[in-house]
Design a binder for this molecule. Structure first.
Ligand code: FES
Ligand code: FES
Length: 152
């Protein structure tokens, strides 16, 4: 079946089957591989995207549920060729190692800062609790979010 949705500000169409996840459609049908598929069970947050402004795991959303809705992926955060300040902060803080978790963490951090411009450390940890990282030990990630908040 055909779905129509807005992805990163652009109207897009995709042919999907009823059981297909939004994550699969984004990566395989719409050419947006930024959202990662690490568990496909809603456990790791590597597939985090915004659906109508709400942070979701794209692996847990059916593509058909996004029909007529608005999706923002990590590819949609940079503007005019400039990295989003959260992306810059991750790079500057050394919060990226293998990078597999990074797109989801960047989207989740962006969502946090949009809601809470000056989050406390516990608020940062709470907001990112659903995003797993096997490499960094999280401290550099927390540093990056603090730094992005300070850069507003
Ligand atoms: S791939 Fe979606 S939560 Fe892990
Ligand atoms: S940087 Fe490797 S999983 Fe986070």
């Amino acid at each position: 079946m055909k779905i129509e949705l807005t992805v990163n500000g652009e109207k897009r169409e995709a042919d999907v089957w009823e059981g297909e996840s939004l994550l699969f459609a984004l990566r395989e049908k719409l050419g947006l591989p930024g959202s990662k598929n690490a568990c496909e069970q809603g456990e790791c947050g590597s597939c985090s995207v915004l659906l109508d402004g709400t942070l979701v795991c794209a692996c847990l959303v059916l593509a058909v549920q996004a029909d007529g809705h608005e999706v923002v992926t990590v590819e949609g955060l940079a503007e005019d060729g400039q990295l989003h300040r959260v992306q810059e902060a991750f790079v500057e803080a050394g919060a990226v190692q293998c990078g597999f978790c990074t797109p989801g963490l960047v989207v989740a951090s962006h969502d946090l800062l949009a809601r809470t411009p000056r989050p406390s450390d516990p608020e940062i940890r709470e907001a990112l609790a659903g995003n797993l990282c096997r490499c960094t030990g999280y401290e550099k990630i927390i540093d990056a979010v603090r730094s992005a908040a300070a850069a507003r």
